[in-house]
Design a protein around this ligand. Structure first.
Ligand SMILES: CC/C=C\C/C=C\C/C=C\C/C=C/C(=O)SCCNC(=O)CCNC(=O)[C@H](O)C(C)(C)COP(=O)(O)OP(=O)(O)OC[C@H]1O[C@@H](n2cnc3c(N)ncnc32)[C@H](O)[C@@H]1OP(=O)(O)O
Length: 302
């Protein structure tokens, strides 16, 4: 318990308060409770939270169409939902999945990193850091049910989970593809990957910006299971049951023991990391790369 308290992420309350203010300023309701068990089922515009069959498990559905890009609004809503679940002792595990067909998450929202001002970049990056810290250090069992494409920031999100299940579909590619955009994965993205697949495989994957198809993702250890698309959710719940059979306190302390040093690296230099990001992303050459990438995404359609 003491460890759990020590590990609380600084500034979380401030970020969430900011999110609520932003929501209120936009004049939309923050939360809508629904169903017979309204206290446990809640939704924001972009994140749907439903209790799983047994009640100890919640299913968080990412609902930011068309591609679940991690916009600032999405991140703030997600963080508020996660905090609610962390604070509700009834929940011990969360399955994170997508409500958008064929895409788990397209990663960071490129529109938040292109053509904005330094203040906006700083606010956005702080929210991205917060997402990673809150997920990576979560006391809950997290299972990512990856039912579609999962590049870059989407992959980072999945990597924070305790287990990853990937749908066996040609669209379900996963990896940190930042170099393909002409940008560089931050050190804590890299650390999370190294902790999952090891140094050599990470070096290759990061430099080449590899997006692994299901069989290769399984082989390299990026995901733990590959199953047909219609079995992703049931597999996630079955794996969850296995993890929930372990006493929480022992599992949580072990998770902290494995992850704390990695998280501390960022916690100790959060502000410097934000400044690095702002100066990197503001460079003309980087803005140009992002512009070209965004144009390519648009042209893909026409
Ligand atoms: C020294 C270092 C210091 C500091 C570090 C500094 C920098 C590093 C910073 C950050 C790391 C970055 C992490 C990221 O996550 S960057 C995002 C990477 N994501 C991608 O490359 C995915 C791009 N998207 C796709 O490949 C496809 O969209 C996808 C396969 C996911 C889905 O394909 P589908 O055919 O279903 O949809 P599309 O027609 O492609 O897209 C629909 C629509 O959505 C827009 N879109 C797609 N992805 C994004 C995105 N990530 N952000 C914003 N918008 C996105 C796309 O343009 C289409 O828009 P529209 O044409 O207007 O309909």
């Amino acid at each position: 318990m003491a460890l759990a308290v020590r590990m609380r992420v600084p500034c979380r309350a401030l970020l969430c308060a900011g999110a609520q203010l932003r929501g209120a300023a936009l004049g939309r309701p923050e939360w809508a409770a629904g169903g017979g068990d309204g206290a446990r089922r809640f939704a924001s515009l972009r994140v749907l939270v439903e209790p799983g069959a047994e009640g100890r498990v919640a299913v968080m559905k990412l609902k930011n169409p068309p591609v679940n890009s991690l916009s600032l609004d999405f991140l703030t809503e997600f963080l508020i939902s996660l905090e609610k679940l962390e604070n509700d002792k009834a929940f011990r595990g969360v399955v994170i999945t997508s409500d958008c067909p064929n895409v788990f998450s397209a990663g960071l929202d490129l529109r938040e990193m292109y053509g904005r001002n330094p203040g906006h970049y700083a606010e956005y990056w702080k929210a991205v850091q917060e997402l990673w810290l809150r997920l990576y250090l979560s006391n809950l069992v997290l299972v990512a049910a990856i039912n579609g494409s999962c590049p870059a920031g989407g992959c980072l999100m999945a990597l924070t989970s305790d287990v990853r299940i990937l749908s066996d579909s040609p669209k379900s590619v996963i990896g940190l593809n930042e170099t393909l955009l002409g940008i560089v994965a931050p050190f804590w993205f890299k650390d999370t990957l190294v902790n999952t697949i090891g140094h050599r495989a990470s070096e290759r994957a990061l430099q080449l910006g590899l997006l692994f198809p299901p069989a290769e993702a399984l082989q390299v250890g990026l995901v733990d299971h590959v199953v047909p698309e219609d079995q992703v959710q049931s597999m996630a719940l079955s794996v969850m049951a296995h993890w929930l059979a372990i006493p929480d306190h022992a599992r949580q302390l072990t998770k902290a023991m494995m992850r704390k040093a990695t998280a501390d690296r960022l916690i100790k230099q959060r502000e410097a990391d934000i400044q690095n990001f702002v100066s990197f992303i503001s460079r003309d050459s980087i803005q140009k790369s992002l512009q070209i990438y965004l144009e390519k995404l648009k042209q893909k359609k026409g």
